[in-house]
Design a protein around this ligand. Sequence first.
Ligand SMILES: [Zn+2]
Ligand SMILES: [Zn+2]
Length: 162
Amino acid sequence: MSSKEEKIRMLKKEFQETNTYNRPTYCQECGGVMVFKGVGEYQCEKCGFLAYDDYGKARNYLEKHTGATTAQVSEATGVSQRSIREMLKEARLEIAANSNFFLQCEICGANIRMGRYCPKCETAYHRNLEEQARVRNEKMAGFSTERRKAEEGSKRFKREEF
Ligand SMILES: [Zn+2]
Ligand SMILES: [Zn+2]
């Protein structure tokens, strides 16, 4: 292997490690530099070969298969479900209101359109944190009602931080 090839290989590796969407850097046909064209599309400046990053692949697939699920997109494009998830979180992928393109709630597995939890689990999750905070407060604080009333305002403020 020539030192030039070695260098390209190292550059590729370096780039992939800092690049979540697997942006194509070099043309797979001629080794030319891939130039960004927009919406996840890249074109070789030498031969005109087109390639897509994960975002471009997922987006192209979704344009043709409006009803696809995360798993189907992942299987068809080779983009990991995790990457698709990340893109949805960053709102880089737009989901049509009538599509069946869903993420799964990390707690109960219900279908959701963005984020990590369904609204039900999200609420339950926060209630649980609030309950824990309340129990801690009651253990620590004396049971003077006067005092608790006085703290009510600041407690409510703290709760909203969760
Ligand atoms: Zn090329
Ligand atoms: Zn859930």
